[in-house]
Design a protein around this ligand. Structure first.
Ligand SMILES: Nc1ncnc2c1ncn2[C@@H]1O[C@H](COP(=O)(O)OP(=O)(O)OP(=O)(O)O)[C@@H](O)[C@H]1O
Ligand SMILES: [Mg+2]
Length: 311
């Protein structure tokens, strides 16, 4: 067991189990992001998934670092990981496999091509089902079958029973807890079957971060950003989140947007223009005056929110 202090910068109640480097699956180990900042609670939950083979679901608002947290823990543990984005287009056959026509010795033959799921089960790869709450019901039922620990998986079309490799793991991320979208922010998400939710052993939340932690992330991502300016940007973001909670506005600035804003400041050299390009243009015109008010409160200048009149 390796010290979590060394790997993540803090002691964790859950030990970290690293895999030896140099295996055939090394190319599937995510690249280490040196400036990544780990949240202690979320990291401990993810480590429980790796070390104790538990099913971990990371839930929270958009752009808070759910997907990258999983990836970066895997990167530090040297664990091969594949992310499957469960948008509405992924089908059961994409996951499990399908018969495909191939040409062999000049002849067309039908061959079973295995999907990502049997491959991960047999080779010992951690699978991340990203955006679980957007998955189609047929896909969710496939996932449900493998959620049980040590659960064997039967490839019906092949008459084959797969025994999971000891390093096979399953994680998922979701914006909702599977009870449907109560906020109106996550269009396209579905209510999850409670039998499915029940099978996730650990559910950890990664919602909005403290201002200090968020500032550390933004300056890590955009190192040339001015810290005072970053604090002001996060103050604006905090107002959009409070305003959203109060029902005043319908668009919120995620940590991802704040990073995008800081990045746009670097490119365009103008904080107002960067704000417009990275955030304001995504909002509804009727709410722009409210965002102008937030701006005024933080920067003590006017933000011209009127649409430019054509000459
Ligand atoms: N703790 C962190 N340290 C460094 N960068 C971070 C951190 N958290 C998030 N980021 C950065 O913020 C961006 C958004 O992160 P990520 O894609 O993981 O969010 P998410 O929660 O999965 O979002 P969504 O719900 O929209 O899928 C990424 O560019 C990521 O690198
Ligand atoms: Mg994500």
């Amino acid at each position: 067991m390796t010290s979590t202090h060394q790997l993540f910068g803090f002691a964790s109640p859950v030990a970290a189990q690293m895999l030896p480097a140099g295996g055939a699956l090394d190319e599937h180990v995510p690249a280490v992001d040196d400036v990544y900042r780990f949240d202690p609670d979320v990291t401990a939950a993810i480590l429980a998934g790796f070390t104790h083979d538990r099913r971990v679901l990371v839930q929270g608002a958009h752009g808070t670092g759910k997907s990258t947290h999983l990836e970066q823990v895997a990167a530090r543990l040297n664990w091969p990981m594949v992310r499957v984005n469960l948008d509405g287009h992924i089908t059961r056959m994409d996951l499990v496999g399908r018969d495909a026509v191939v040409v062999r010795d000049g002849m067309q033959v039908t061959e079973f091509q295995q999907g990502v799921l049997p491959w991960a089960i047999e080779n010992g790869v951690a699978l991340v089902f990203d955006e679980l709450d957007a998955a189609r019901p047929d896909v969710l039922f496939v996932i449900q079958r493998i959620l049980e620990r040590e659960g064997k998986f039967t490839l019906l079309d092949q008459n084959r029973v797969l025994t999971p490799h000891p390093n096979f793991r399953i994680f998922a991320t979701a914006n909702t807890v599977g009870l449907g979208d109560l906020t109106g922010l996550y269009h396209g998400t579905n209510v999850l079957n409670q039998a499915q939710v029940d099978r996730w052993n650990i559910v950890t939340r990664l919602d909005y971060l403290t201002a200090d932690f968020e500032a550390a992330i933004v300056t890590a991502r955009v190192p040339s950003a001015d810290r005072t300016l970053v604090d002001q940007m996060i103050a604006v973001a905090a107002m959009t989140r409070a305003g959203f909670a109060a029902g005043d506005v319908s668009t919120v600035m995620s940590p991802r947007t704040v990073i995008g804003w800081a990045d746009a400041v670097e490119i365009f050299g103008d904080i107002k223009q960067a704000f417009e390009l990275s955030f304001l243009n995504k909002t509804d015109e009727s709410e722009r005056s409210i965002f102008g008010e937030y701006w005024q409160r933080v920067f003590a200048t006017e933000l011209d929110t009127e649409p430019t009149a054509s000459q």
